[in-house]
Design a protein around this ligand. Sequence first.
Ligand code: SAH
Ligand code: SF4
Length: 429
Amino acid sequence: MNVNDTEVIFSILAKEGYERTESMDEADIILANTCSVRDNAEQRIWGRIEVFNLQKKERPGVIIGIVGCMAERLKDKLLDTHKVDLVAGPDSYRTLPKLLKGITPDTPAINVMLSHEETYGDITPVRIDKNGVSAFISIMRGCNNVCSYCVVPYTRGAERSRDPKTIVREACDVFSKGYKEVTLLGQNVDSYNWKSEDGSESVNFAQLLEMVAQVSPELRVRFSTSHPKDISDEVIETMARYENICKHIHLPIQSGSDAMLKKMRRSYDREWYMGRVNKIRSVMPDCGITTDVIVGFCGETEEDFQMTMDAFRTVCYDSAFMFYYSERPGTLASRKYPDDIDIETKTRRLNEIIALQNECSRKSNEKEIGKTFKVLVEGPSKKDPDQLCGRASNNKMCVFPGGGHKTGDYALVKVRECTSATLICDLVQ
Ligand code: SAH
Ligand code: SF4
């Protein structure tokens, strides 16, 4: 999401004549687009600000700006304590040119106003990916849920859905430029719900998916993130109907314990979650399912944690993003529940679930041996540049011999062997 926001920022600044450089030593303006979701993301930025300030020492006049969620969360604290020149929240990017023009060594600039309308719908992002194959498209901003651990609703504001016409236009535009895959982005794509101003038209996520899938059968469609409480049968059935809608759902469970889920305010219980997994698998048996999980949330007992481990065994995810709880100031959990699981226990639980997931990933990959997949070639494999890599529809990474294929082609491959992270394949002629 931040990569895509950065692309929007480049587009806004390019219109004003600013040019992008890949080298910090050349930059007159250094902007860091930041994430506040866990403390370690913020800690990394503090380190970066020190590095930026070294540039400023060498080249007085360089402007240093913090944009994104940390700007929104810390506001003028950043100006007071860290000598940055610019602080701009996620809804303020249209004002960046004006803010930048007003900056002098003694006058920093700040805009952290959140909006109920801003979707940057009319802005064509300047793509910063290197391979020209896969593009992100934001379909909504903000979040209306109140998961008790999460800072996102505070930093990104209320949920708003972008006009579907602008989304389809953007998908057509990237396809005409040679892209073969779009990923539709939102904190909770299943609650996408656009309404025309007079209320006469509305489009939900399943309908939007269909509209984007119809851009071209050669354009793959992915999306993230699905919310277990909101993912509808209509979405699942729409996925099944279109070959070019990739068969992969990222469905964060967060915890396998009902007591924790309730405290997290996720609005579903374990049984509901498993019901959604079963529905997905009954309609699309080959659908990849991945997840996010938080261990060591406030008051998590060993039994709660074991229930999460058990949920992982039950679903056997293809892969997972795993975190230990990081208290975020201002959230409901930080106000209501003590962050009472010590760091050793958090780390141990995290390591245990990572080890379990590694086993599950391997098992899930072993099941693919002998199967044939259509992959979209992303480029040379990182480990072996003589091989190509690309993802299957279910999001698994495949590595295979080039055989004349180039980046952006579709290739048919057959899985020969695997690691827990990669399918090692042969080309099918
Ligand atoms: N909107 C998405 C995820 C947004 S944040 C959703 O609802 O699933 C991405 C992931 O970061 C979350 O799924 C969660 O697992 C993790 N996360 C969010 N807040 C966290 C916190 N305070 N501590 C640790 N992990 C957190
Ligand atoms: Fe955060 Fe929950 Fe919204 Fe995801 S759905 S962004 S976890 S509040």
